[in-house]
Design a protein around this ligand. Structure first.
Ligand code: NAP
Length: 280
């Protein structure tokens, strides 16, 4: 499953949608501290946003910023009418309560979908803002016409960012979902029963080729830096047994930014009253 090609198409569609709006959507990012990986993620998000015609504003606070400083900036961005989307890059430096900061973002501007209101909407089966990576996974499965209705879907990893939300999206599409994690006893057996297997653990090679059912659809979310380069959580040899598989890199990764842009336009539409946001 070619995430690069689909992401490129979605980004072009977003750019087209943006050009039809009365003004460019505003996306504000907040980066606290000097984490090198976060800096790269933010740069990539800004570049992609600019290319799509989104007004991206880069807010940075020093490593020693206080929780009050971060909460104050988030409030300022909540209050600005020209800002449609607020994204706080995680992780935050030690000493800052991430949950408190996530709760401070105005839900309609929370394009990451981490605010309890948006997470709750997904749980209720009425998704509003949903985290970008799970959205990208569903978009890829749809692009390749993967039949989810009644399928056995196994998700390995239960993070708030990937595992849990993707399990909810699959459930909503009538898959029978098994959510596995580090305490799951018979992980390999469960994986082997999956028509659709989504692996998001950050453990290189956790799922071996023998753990994949013949003809299954495999979504490898993992990004692991090894001596041989970037690899996923699924052994590359699994591609021979799987019917469809996402490569790493070039599968889920490119989809995440594309879906973030798409969510930013959705936030702009919510705020213009073109789409109904349940809290407004
Ligand atoms: P995370 O918050 O660290 O969660 C990892 C999950 O994997 C946890 O639920 C953990 O179980 C489970 N796990 C760990 N070891 C396991 C094992 N041996 N067997 C079964 N389950 C195990 O990670 P994340 O943020 O979801 O990210 C997961 C991976 O996806 C990482 O490699 C990350 O870089 C990548 N990622 C990629 C994208 C993208 O755009 N492509 C986006 C986000 C994340 P417990 O809950 O029991 O600890």
């Amino acid at each position: 499953m070619d995430g690069r090609a689909l992401a490129e198409r979605i980004r072009a569609e977003v750019a087209n949608e943006v050009s039809g709006l009365d003004r460019a959507p505003g996306l504000a990012t907040v980066l606290v501290g000097d984490d090198a990986a976060s800096d790269i993620y933010i740069r990539n998000k800004h570049k992609a946003a600019r290319e799509a015609g989104i007004d991206a504003l880069d807010h940075r606070l020093p490593q020693d910023a206080s929780e009050e400083d971060v909460l104050g900036l988030v409030q300022e961005l909540n209050d600005k009418d020209e800002i449609d989307a607020v994204l706080v890059q995680l992780p935050l430096p030690k000493g800052i309560d991430e949950n408190k900061v996530i709760r401070a973002v105005e839900p309609v501007k929370d394009v990451d979908g981490f605010h309890p209101f948006n997470a709750g909407q997904l749980y209720l089966g009425e998704p509003t803002h949903v985290p970008a990576t799970p959205l990208g996974i569903l978009a890829l499965l749809d692009e390749y016409d993967v039949d989810l209705d009644g399928a056995s879907a196994v998700v390995i990893g239960r993070s708030q960012i990937v595992g849990k939300p993707v399990a909810h999206l699959l459930l909503q599409r009538n898959a029978t979902v098994t959510l596995c994690h580090s305490r799951t006893r018979d992980l390999a057996d469960r994986a082997r029963g999956a028509d659709v297997l989504v692996v998001a653990t950050g453990r290189a090679g956790l799922v071996g080729a023998e753990d994949v059912k013949e003809g299954a659809t495999v979504v490898d979310v993992g990004i692991n830096r090894t001596e041989t380069g970037i690899v996923g959580d699924v052994d590359a040899a699994a591609a021979e047994r799987a019917g469809l598989v996402t490569p790493v890199p070039g599968g889920v990764g490119p989809m995440t930014i594309a879906m973030l842009l798409s969510s930013t336009v959705r936030a702009a539409r919510y705020r213009r009253g073109e789409l109904a946001y349940p809290l407004e």
